[in-house]
Design a protein around this ligand. Structure first.
Ligand code: HEM
Ligand code: HEM
Length: 190
């Protein structure tokens, strides 16, 4: 029945490619879901001050983009001029987005080697999906704010912020590696 040659048990979806070590025996359960932080063989993914800040800043970004978007929506529906605090919300949301973008770009450079050691679906997420969705979202926020700044009529100012910020909000919510998604399973809420 057995040919006599011993082979490693086949793992359907290996969490990480291990180029430099002799393979370690895994249980399929342990490897089916690729762990990010808890995997000792991916030394490039350790938490640092930048990942912590990027992770924390997500909540401020979401809060301000949502607040600016919704107050602008109310202002647009009521056809009233933009108020000082509404403009401040839109500006602060945009600045927070830009800070998040700058940190994200730095992290992306730092992490590129780590992505190579991940399962293909995680690689695709971190190399392409997160960055593409977030840059698109931040671009929408920037465009919305710029159009709003340049618009002549007050309700139009409200309309640009409302539409662009709320679409960006949806993109951001979709692009975040939340703990209940496959890719964010080991990242937690902070
Ligand atoms: C990768 C980094 C960044 C890129 C590519 C970027 C890009 C841009 C662009 C395209 C604009 C619109 C310019 C215009 O047409 O008026 C802008 C505006 C602005 N950015 Fe950034 N930015 C970056 C980082 C930052 C950072 C780190 C901050 C603040 C800490 C920041 C603060 C601002 C502010 C305050 C405005 C003007 C906002 C307004 O008047 O409504 N940006 N940025
Ligand atoms: C609104 C914009 C963004 C939000 C809300 C966001 C949110 C997040 C969150 C929650 C994480 C997981 C952090 C952790 O727990 O370790 C993360 C990781 C990451 N983000 Fe973003 N992100 C944004 C934009 C960007 C952009 C524009 C880039 C790249 C240009 C980027 C690159 C990265 C990278 C490389 C990681 C992996 C960090 C690591 O854990 O090692 N992010 N992001």
């Amino acid at each position: 029945m057995n040919s006599g040659t011993w082979r490693f048990p086949q793992v359907r979806s290996p969490a990480f490619v291990r180029p430099h070590r002799t393979p370690v025996r895994h249980t399929p359960q342990a490897t089916t879901f690729a762990p990010l932080r808890s995997e000792p063989h991916n030394p490039f993914m350790d938490q640092n001050i930048l990942t912590f800040f990027h992770s924390l800043l997500r909540y401020a970004v979401l809060l301000f983009v949502a607040a600016a978007g919704f107050v602008a929506l109310m202002g647009w529906l009521r056809q009233r001029p933009i108020l000082v605090y509404e403009r401040m919300l839109a500006v602060v949301a945009m600045v927070l987005c830009h800070i998040q973008l700058a940190i994200g770009l730095a992290l992306y450079g730092m992490r590129f080697k780590a992505f190579e050691l991940m399962a293909p679906s995680h690689q695709r997420y971190w190399k392409m999906e997160h960055i593409a969705m977030m840059i698109a979202a931040i671009a929408l926020v920037t465009i919305g704010r710029m159009l709003s700044k340049r618009a002549k009529e007050e309700p139009i100012k409200q309309r640009h912020v409302a539409i662009f910020y709320l679409i960006a909000l949806v993109l951001m919510l979709a692009g975040i590696p939340w703990p209940f998604t496959e890719v964010g399973r080991d990242l937690g809420w902070l």
